[in-house]
Design a protein around this ligand. Structure first.
Ligand code: HEM
Length: 447
């Protein structure tokens, strides 16, 4: 095997290196704008190149064919666990992305029941009430960073719909613990000291672990319909439950995986609709034609909202890069990536390919309409939710949540940007506007 790899390497194309400073390489450029970084190396070096990020070589496989190669992962060479573990293990151990192969398949199958049609329908009812209550208190007529509003909303959804907790002091403490954990996961100084954000995140995790662990037995026996109950009651084909520790770890991981990504998507939707008032108007008409309260089935009957959401996800992919660890040497288009290498693919490159998307920098939701379906030009052109065995398990949950919030938002408010804006996005770790997207909300004439 090793001999074959060595022979292959002797006949393969070289992998261009992006150069840069010793050890640091392109780290600062990547942090400043992952979008500009990926596009610079793609335009200069093509589909395969190597750079140095945070003191180590990283191989970049870019474009739809590269997405397909890595995400389909024929032969199981690309490990999700080994790539994500380094970033997430201390705070979010045991999550699905931190598992490979048969173990991943088994956990994912068991978890699937928490994301089936019946479960999503139950979450919808709980979510509808939470969204309605929260939006009724949003400030009108004054500039307010939309990112902050929607973060608070998705945290309410996490405590009420995911955990089944009632609003109040306990819910507020849980939200703070979770916020501390997320902040810690991107902390540069990783020392467990109580006054550093990393230490606060570790303490937050310990409290959340205690909270969930104490309640698993009651949730297993309950008739509750929240996500926590569904996980506590999940079983494999032989009737085996998740261990208490697995339930706790999956819950904490799911909250993390859901929170910033959904927040990012909603913020981008509000941004594109503020920049394109004609679309805001069209979507409001679509929403006003739907009955109240919005049923779960109605979510499938908002084609324009669906197209806008997809276009926002294309232009502002919440997850800018998907890392994998190549456990063996692997060939792609004549290049060989050496064994034990960190690899990334990026939606930011495939979402702006000119041979797939017409005028890719233009906001054009109708590119997703059935008669154009530009996303169908390549199975792996549009990958905001990843693909292959690790494709987002919460995709439908996330999409439903975004469409439900759009429904309430568009019926209740009109909005515009508080000031004319440039393209100022921070892409890592999750895409968000650097200034929080100040907007002014006004009540619609029907409210
Ligand atoms: C619009 C919102 C969302 C976006 C854009 C998004 C994006 C992603 C992406 C790109 C991946 C693949 C990562 C990889 O392959 O390395 C992923 C995986 C995952 N997502 Fe989401 N996500 C969203 C919402 C959610 C929600 C609401 C949940 C849970 C309720 C969730 C739970 C997960 C989990 C558990 C995984 C790992 C799946 C596995 O490894 O099998 N996500 N998500």
């Amino acid at each position: 095997m090793a001999k074959m790899a060595a022979m292959a390497i002797a006949h393969t194309l070289p992998i261009p290196s992006a150069g840069g400073l010793p050890l640091i390489g392109q780290t600062f450029e990547y942090q400043r704008s992952a979008f500009d970084f990926y596009w610079r190396i793609f335009e200069r070096y093509g589909e395969v190149s190597r750079s140095t990020l945070l003191f180590r070589p990283v191989y970049h496989l870019l474009g739809p064919d590269a997405n397909e190669k890595v995400l389909l992962n024929q032969g199981g060479v690309f490990s999700s666990k080994a790539a994500w573990e380094e970033l997430l293990h201390a705070l979010f151990p045991g999550g699905l992305m931190l598992r490979d192969g048969a173990e991943h398949r088994m956990h994912r199958r068991m978890m699937q029941g928490a994301f089936n049609h019946e479960s999503l329908q139950n979450y919808h009812v709980a979510m509808d009430a939470t969204v309605d209550r929260t939006l009724a208190c949003w400030p009108v007529g004054t500039p307010v960073p939309f990112l902050d509003l929607v973060k608070a909303l998705t945290l309410d959804i996490a405590t009420q719909v995911f955990m089944g907790e009632v609003p109040g002091a306990m819910a507020n403490e849980l939200k703070q613990d979770f916020v501390d954990m997320v902040a810690a996961s991107v902390a540069v100084v990783r020392l467990d000291l109580p006054y550093l954000s990393y230490g606060k995140g570790i303490a937050g995790r310990q409290r959340l672990v205690r909270y969930f662990a104490e309640r698993v037995p009651a949730k297993r026996a309950s008739q509750d319909r929240d996500l926590f109950a569904r996980l506590a009651q999940a079983q494999d084909e032989s009737g085996q439950d998740f261990s208490n520790e697995d339930v706790v770890n999956h819950m904490i991981f799911l909250m993390m995986a859901a929170h910033d990504t959904t927040t990012s998507t909603l913020t981008s939707v509000v941004r594109v609709l503020a920049e394109h008032p004609e679309w805001q108007h069209r979507l409001r008409e679509e929403m006003q034609a739907l009955p109240l309260p919005l049923s779960f089935a109605d979510l499938a009957h908002m084609p324009l909202a669906d197209q806008v959401m997809r276009e926002a996800l294309r232009m502002y992919s919440p997850v800018p890069a998907l890392p994998r660890f190549a456990t063996e040497a692997v060939e792609f288009k004549g290049h060989v990536i050496p064994a034990n290498s960190l690899v990334t693919i990026s939606p930011l490159v495939s979402h702006y390919q000119r041979d797939i998307w017409t005028d890719p920098y233009r906001f054009d939701p109708e590119r997703f309409a059935p008669d154009r379906a530009e996303d169908r030009r390549h199975r792996f052109a549009w990958i905001p939710f990843g693909g292959g065995v690790h494709k987002c398990i919460g995709m439908h949950f996330g999409e439903n949540q975004v469409k439900l919030v759009m429904h309430h938002l568009l019926r209740r408010f009109e909005w515009q940007l508080a000031s004319p804006r440039q393209r100022d996005i921070q892409w890592i770790p999750i895409c968000h506007p650097t200034d929080g997207l100040p907007v002014v909300l006004r009540k619609t004439s029907r409210f």
